[in-house]
Design a protein around this ligand. Structure first.
Ligand code: NAD
Ligand code: UGA
Length: 456
């Protein structure tokens, strides 16, 4: 007789939680999506996502309709019926940069009151190394007999569904080998269900698929793998941006330089794209979280302090270059900002460098109009200045502008219909190095890139 499929609760239905719930609920599992934000929950109950991620609405819609995805705010109704619980609540930064673990502990405390013996509790949220011991202490207080696993998430926003179906690695940190197998089996099922998931999500299969690996470690290693992976990627970006500044002074072309460096397979080309720097709900807070948690163990992280400093400098570095080209002042200049999301493919504008750029331009006296295909609403909530007019098309935004800033590399900003409207007397500021240099040269556009404008 086939073993009974485990029931799952996913605590928190944000970018990670809702993606995880929707994938698992379309792989034959019954999944409770446990979410305390009533507005978000209402939208999920209607079979939709409250944020934009390609393919997610299709997966959520199909599973809610089938009844395999059960949105709820009730711990009482979900937790006792579950064999495996994923914790996917947020871990934002505190004002001092450390990780705010209040949601992590609140979710664990609440779950502990309802959990049945033998349940496996899986931490998917990004937490500082050492958190596992604190959660195990909570379970001990409630005399809970359950296994605790660290299973960090590596998906990227904008490609979250593809990343979850075709992953390069699953990391599981734990001691209990039976629990490890139970959780690994969920991912093996996802791999086996890839064709069906692709059909339901209606997304394109990536051109190259990673070869999946299952990596089993101790709890502390799994926790440290996650934060260090994000820190290393942030480091690569800041390294590329530091070299880009030198390229600007020496006439080198940063894309050529990084292609040359990245072709060494010990280094790799990924995450060496210079530009306005990293933002989002993860890199900035995971880097500051690592610095703070290392300090708690008496370990200085100067290297990550430096990466942060470079990242903070990038919007201002680009703005200063543009200001010089505009005769030394932005006062009264009409500026179009294209892109407010922290990256293309998402409605997420958390810690977006595009917002920093737009707000700095306003502070310098410019008249700013901005546009984003998906993130305008969230950008306002994330502090986009009320002095900035948000437009509903890219074409409308650039009309009559003195300068156009490309701040997020949405594919629609590369369309000829838009690019044809760029005029010789407009300063084009390519904060993502995303525009075709041959096109720029042909049109004789006044152009500022990052590490592409040698002074010599
Ligand atoms: P999020 O803020 O989008 O979602 C968290 C959700 O949890 C919210 O909807 C919130 O209302 C809900 N929540 C909070 N406390 C709760 C509780 N006690 N019970 C039930 N629901 C609760 O966060 P996110 O971006 O999905 O990130 C979640 C975690 O995953 C973070 O640690 C993050 O660092 C990590 N992570 C995020 C990504 C990403 O791309 N966003 C990728 C990998 C890892
Ligand atoms: C990142 C990681 O890539 C994921 O593996 C991880 O799971 C996630 O953080 C997380 O822990 O939350 P994400 O933040 O969604 O994913 O997006 P990325 O594609 O990593 O981009 C992050 C930022 O870096 C964006 O602002 C992007 O524009 C910028 N970036 C990226 C660069 O400036 N240069 C690059 O070469 C690459």
């Amino acid at each position: 007789m086939a073993a009974k499929k485990p029931n799952i609760t996913v605590i928190g239905s944000g970018y990670v939680g809702l993606t995880t719930s929707a994938i698992m609920a379309n792989c034959g599992y019954t999944v409770y999506a446990l979410e305390v934000n009533s507005q978000r929950l209402d939208i999920i109950k209607q079979g939709r996502s409250f944020f934009y991620e390609e393919g997610l609405d299709n997966l959520v819609g199909a599973a809610v309709k089938r009844g395999s995805l059960i949105p709820t705010d009730s711990y009482e109704k979900s937790i006792p019926n579950s064999d495996i619980i994923f914790s996917c609540v947020g871990t934002p930064d505190n004002p001092d940069g450390s990780s705010n673990l209040s949601y992590i502990f609140a979710a664990a405390e609440e779950a502990a009151k309802h959990i049945k013996p033998g349940t496996v509790y899986v931490q998917k949220s990004t937490v500082p190394v050492g958190t596992a011991e604190k959660i195990k202490a909570i379970f001990k207080k409630y005399e809970i007999k359950s296994s605790y696993l660290s299973n960090p998430e590596f998906l990227r926003e904008g490609t979250a569904i593809a990343d979850s179906i075709w992953f390069d690695r699953v990391v599981i940190g734990a001691q209990d080998s039976q629990a490890i197998e139970q959780v690994a089996n969920l991912y093996r099922t996802v791999e086996k269900s890839s064709k069906n998931l692709l059909k339901i999500a209606r997304i394109k299969q990536p051109k190259t698929l990673p070869k999946s690996q299952y990596i089993f470690t101790n709890l502390a290693s799994a926790e440290l793998i996650k934060v260090s992976a994000n820190a290393f990627l942030a480091l690569k970006i800041s390294f590329a941006n530091s070299i880009a500044k030198l390229a600007d002074q020496t006439g080198s072309n940063i894309k050529e330089v990084m292609d040359g460096i990245g072709s060494d397979n010990r280094i790799g080309r990924a995450f060496l794209n210079a530009g306005r720097g990293y933002g989002g709900g993860c890199f900035p807070k995971d880097v500051s979280g690592l610095i703070r948690s290392a300090a708690d163990f008496g370990v200085p992280m100067e290297i990550m302090e430096a990466a942060t400093e470079v990242n903070t400098s990038m919007p201002h570095y680009i703005i200063n270059k543009a200001e010089q080209k505009l005769g030394g002042s932005f006062k009264g200049k009409k500026i179009a900002v294209l892109g407010l999301a922290f990256k293309a493919g998402t409605s997420d504008a958390r810690k977006s460098q595009a917002i920093v750029i737009a707000n700095t331009l306003v502070a310098k006296g410019a008249v700013v109009k901005a546009y984003d295909p998906k993130a305008a609403e969230q950008a306002r909530r994330e502090g986009l200045s009320t002095k900035i007019t948000v437009c509903d098309s890219a074409l409308g935004t650039i009309k009559d502008a003195d300068s156009v800033f490309f701040t997020t590399d949405w594919p629609e900003f590369k369309k000829p219909t838009l690019l044809r409207q760029l005029k010789k007397d407009m300063l084009v500021v390519d904060c993502m190095n995303m525009l075709d240099r041959i096109f720029i040269a042909k049109k004789q556009l006044d152009y500022v890139g990052v590490g592409l404008n040698g002074n010599k």
